[in-house]
Design a protein around this ligand. Structure first.
Ligand SMILES: [Zn+2]
Length: 368
């Protein structure tokens, strides 16, 4: 079990608390996975993401048992004929980030860490703060000044120290990184720490089981830093490597038109994502102007023969209203996914006849 640099392939043990390679490269995570037996998971008494323990970097009886709040195993809700929403607002802090935070904080606990630093546009911060409280680990959370008050109150309620940073999302990340460098604290980053995706990958394992051992034809995934998309892609590869599926669903990714660096690189046929100026969007949760993992995201979309589009704020608002009139009240960023679906069926009419899944994260009450 170790971190491995994506560039120079240097290995680091987890207790090195590294978040980046000496060479500056990003770190991925490697460990020995056991084959997963779905006949066991389908009758598991533990209805949480931990029923996939065979593909997680923990043992059956391990520290996660004291930290879990029952995260995962969220319902698949039919939205229209072939369209399903994975209802991630059933999570302990109302967003899919709990998948990653539960795994990351459990590992921090196992490593004997007692204080962590994280930065977030909101939901990841809430999640790290909540699981930190659960694990008796102190949390320092860096947020942008523009973050909604409701999200900040939620983070504070868990006892986290809030650091408000004026400027861009990148300024927020840089302030967190400066503290990590100065103090040598554990960086509980949902962008740099690859353990986070070991949690978010369970999103796809659940879909596979909920669709009776099949995957949909397409997964619509919102992209800012790619926290869910990269985890989903890891799971798709694992399911394929283990012989559970032959063909992968297309990854249909979406960004907000006000801040779409990955879309721009995708359209231009580039492998590297250049930073953009955030021109502003209501979808604050995915407004990432300089995504650190841009190349990995592009690779995943292309490897599945997928696509990437942008949606505008007015489409997002319309989609949010339409979902609410179907009984589902989500936060603004999450409505991006339904707006994307409407765009994608316009672009690919055959999608209407195919099974499509997208996540609904957060909850309406989280947005101002
Ligand atoms: Zn390296």
């Amino acid at each position: 079990m170790n971190y491995i640099c994506v560039d120079c392939k240097t290995n680091y043990p987890l207790d090195s608390l590294k978040w980046k390679c000496e060479c500056g490269g990003l770190l991925n995570f490697e460990f020995d996975k056991k084959p997963i037996d779905f006949s066991k998971t389908s009758i598991a008494r533990n209805h949480s993401l931990w029923k996939y323990i065979d593909v997680l970097p923990f043992d059956e009886n391990d520290v996660w048992q004291d930290i879990s709040m029952g995260e995962g195993d969220t319902p698949l809700v039919k939205v229209s004929d072939n369209l399903y929403a994975k209802a991630e607002y059933y999570m302990p802090t109302l967003s899919f980030k709990d998948r990653g935070a539960a795994v990351l904080i459990a590992m921090a606990k196992k490593l004997g860490v007692d204080r962590v630093v994280a930065d977030s546009s909101g939901n990841a911060g809430s999640s790290i703060a909540a699981y930190g409280a659960r694990a008796a680990i102190k949390t320092d959370i860096f947020v942008a000044e523009s973050t909604s008050d409701k999200k900040i109150k939620q983070i504070e309620a868990h006892g986290a120290v809030i650091h408000k940073v004026s400027g861009t999302r990148e300024d927020v990340a840089n302030a967190a990184i400066a503290m990590v460098e100065e103090t040598n604290l554990f960086y509980a980053s949902h962008i740099y720490n690859p353990l986070f995706w070991e949690g978010t990958k369970t999103y796809v394992y659940e879909i596979y089981e909920q669709m009776n051992g099949q995957l949909p034809e397409a997964l619509i995934l919102p992209v800012g830093n790619g926290t869910l998309l990269i985890g989903a892609y890891i799971a798709l590869q694992e399911l394929k490597d283990a012989g559970h599926v032959d063909k992968l669903p297309k990854i249909l990714a979406v960004q907000a038109s006000g801040c779409a660096p990955i879309y721009q690189a995708f359209e231009a046929g580039k492998d590297v994502v250049e930073p953009v100026e955030n021109a502003g969007t209501l979808a604050e949760g995915i407004a990432i102007a300089a995504p650190a993992r841009g190349s990995e995201i592009l690779k995943a979309v292309r490897a599945t023969d997928g696509d990437l589009i942008v949606v505008a704020d007015d489409e997002i608002i319309q989609a949010r209203k339409a979902l609410a009139l179907k009984g589902i009240y989500v936060e603004i960023t999450s409505a991006v996914n339904y707006a994307a679906y409407l765009r994608f069926i316009d672009k690919y009419p055959e999608l209407k006849e195919q099974k499509v899944v997208f996540p609904l994260c957060g909850a309406g009450i989280k947005s101002n």
